[in-house]
Design a binder for this molecule. Sequence first.
Ligand code: SF4
Length: 65
Amino acid sequence: MAIKKVWIDEGCTACEVCVDICPEVFDLPEDTAIVKKGVNFNDYEEEIKDAADSCPVEVIQFEEE
Ligand code: SF4
């Protein structure tokens, strides 16, 4: 399975867990986490899944193909 899309739904509480787990993909520029542009998600598949599992409000979403 390859990850083709990663996004963050509304409701992020800016806890920074995702950035701690995978700073190559997630960033927290202000009060909402974002997904960085131009990243090859498949280089960080495990970390993205770990971040999605670890997000306390479960707003990290990804799509596999
Ligand atoms: S882990 Fe979830 S709530 Fe925390 S900063 Fe990331 S997206 Fe936001």
